[in-house]
Design a protein around this ligand. Sequence first.
Ligand SMILES: Cc1cc2nc3c(=O)[nH]c(=O)nc-3n(C[C@H](O)[C@H](O)[C@H](O)COP(=O)(O)O)c2cc1C
Length: 227
Amino acid sequence: MNDDQLSEKGVYRRHGPLPIVIGITGASGAIYGVTLVKFLVENNYKVDLVLSSHAPKVFQAELGLNCGDTTCLAMTNSLCKFLNIEDKKSQLRIWEPSNVAASISSGSYKTQGMIIAPCSMGTLGNIAAGTSNNLITRAADVTLKERRKLLLLARETPLNTIHPRNMLTLSKMGAIIMPAAPGFYHNPQTIQDQINFVIGKVLDVFDIDNENFKRWLGSSENLLLKI
Ligand SMILES: Cc1cc2nc3c(=O)[nH]c(=O)nc-3n(C[C@H](O)[C@H](O)[C@H](O)COP(=O)(O)O)c2cc1C
């Protein structure tokens, strides 16, 4: 349990919004995960973050970010510097993917839920099968058993038969499967617009206020029909 979730007597006590667990896997789209972390930390949410053991390869390939020494301290420092959130470092706790004794491994550590962004097909399959073979899949398993929100920003294309089968299994358990597929109805001008659209949809699921994307409020044709 987070230190500030405990009173001096060790009794659970809530201070502001509960933390959100974020998993970042080795799927393409690392920018989604780190943009989400930046948004939450900048907006004073507490984030418990786990990078899968494959995520640093994608960080290097897609973000040019060399996590180098992958200890939690080194990762926290390099990620906070990269995201320019050093002044909010205390909001972010990074856990090693092998640390299944981390707080987020237990249902007694209360959270708002978990977001895996991006989520590889490998991690998605492991969660569907309940393997709990690393901290991301264990924390996801806990999130499901506690009936908290679990959102998987799934990234692969095209899909083989195994992928939608695992998605169906998880959806039936209550997980929210969101393909990392931005829309175009908000008239995007930049890649950042598309990233913000996807992150905005993720935040909407957790009912976190954001103005990341232009919402569809009905076309003028519809309005005319109503009059
Ligand atoms: C640059 C790069 C991009 C990748 N993109 C994807 C992807 O979009 N989806 C996917 O399922 N796997 C992708 N992979 C493969 C995964 O990293 C690999 O399956 C890994 O075992 C996933 O493990 P993890 O879920 O524990 O991170 C990619 C690998 C690399 C190096």
